[in-house]
Design a protein around this ligand. Structure first.
Ligand SMILES: Nc1ncnc2c1ncn2[C@@H]1O[C@H](COP(=O)(O)OP(=O)(O)OP(=O)(O)O)[C@@H](O)[C@H]1O
Ligand SMILES: [Mg+2]
Length: 310
């Protein structure tokens, strides 16, 4: 469905997207994960023809985007990171307006707007001005706009940032449903690893414009270097405790956050119970500890030495 080859975007000497190659298969939910400023939106802008690449190629549905932009745009729906809606218009009129830009008209346009209102579950509020909507509801209308032309490829750029948990949940469910029931291929951009973990079969992790990991979640997790996370909670965590823990065999990448010290550990390298014993033997009173199996967050931490949230 989508093939990027050596995709690069530079602003002067500053490389924002650096030589990225990847393929998204038909029917896949593909996660594009990366921290702020990684270059995610720039990639989305190039795929949606808003920006042209400095070099490299983009193929959608086996056709070069640069050669067939009009044709390709018809099968793509893009939900931009920033809302693009008319606040004074109603939800339905926004859908009608943007649907007409896709070339829909008459009864087909009205019917599609009604269908989309059902999908985004805003039928009851369809005649209300978008200005009166919550952030989450506006996001849903923004997604609705991208669904008006019934795209084969739907690209969402951080659709859940800054909204309430209920709307967030609703958006995740809608994306799942569109993929399962309509067979839509989805590219889901986020810096929330739990969302990508939940939705996506395949994941690309980008940082500073470069692709640092690519594969199915299983492939990424089975990577020999992938570690689990052990967090110990103290009444008061000190820099001294951090240093002592850092020197324990099998402990990597320690970080301190208030009363917690987190570390990466690998069961392949050393028995976790032994590590916990060593920590207890330091003689600093522990309140509790928690253990999390390898996830995308720890993979990211492992590769870059920093957290996705920083
Ligand atoms: N027009 C521009 N000129 C110069 N630099 C730019 C321009 N647009 C974006 N950048 C820079 O490119 C980098 C990547 O930005 P981009 O918006 O693609 O990141 P992102 O991964 O989408 O981040 P976020 O999670 O914050 O949305 C940033 O460092 C940004 O400052
Ligand atoms: Mg962005």
């Amino acid at each position: 469905m989508l093939e990027l080859k050596n995709l690069t975007k530079k602003y002067g000497d500053f490389t924002v997207v650096n030589n990225i190659s990847l393929t998204v298969e038909d029917g896949e939910v593909f996660g594009l994960l990366g921290p702020n400023g990684a270059g995610k939106s720039t990639m989305v802008s190039m795929i949606s023809t808003v920006l042209s690449p400095t070099s490299g190629t983009i193929k959608v549905d086996h056709k070069f985007l640069q050669e067939n932009p009009v044709e390709i745009k018809k099968i793509m729906g893009v939900v931009p990171q920033d809302l693009a809606l008319f606040e004074t218009l109603t939800a339905k009129d926004n859908l009608i307006f943007f649907g007409s830009l896709y070339g829909l008209s008459g009864k087909r346009l009205k019917r599609r707007a009604d269908e989309v209102l059902e999908m985004i579950e805003l039928t009851e509020k369809k005649n209300q001005a978008v200005a009166e909507f919550s952030g989450g509801m506006k996001r849903r209308v923004n997604i609705g706009v991208a669904l008006m032309n019934n795209p084969k490829l739907l690209i969402l750029d951080e659709p859940t940032v800054g909204i309430d948990p209920q709307s967030r949940n609703h958006i995740l469910q809608t994306v799942k449903k569109l993929n399962k029931e309509e067979g839509m291929t989805v590219i889901y951009t986020s810096h929330y690893m739990e969302e990508v973990e939940y939705l996506c079969e395949k994941v690309a992790i980008v940082d500073h414009g470069s692709l640092i990991a690519l594969g199915t979640k299983e492939e990424l997790k089975n990577n020999v270097n992938a570690c689990d996370t052990l967090t110990v909670i103290y009444q008061k965590a000190s820099q001294e405790a951090l240093e002592q823990i850092s020197s324990i065999a099998g402990v990597h990448q320690t970080t301190i956050d208030q009363n917690q010290i987190a570390m990466l550990v690998s069961a392949k390298e050393r028995n976790i119970i032994d590590i916990v014993d060593d920590i207890k033997n330091l003689g600093i009173a522990l309140t509790s500890f928690k253990y999390e199996e390898v996830n995308l967050e720890s993979i990211f931490l492992q590769i870059t030495g920093k957290s996705l949230r920083e």
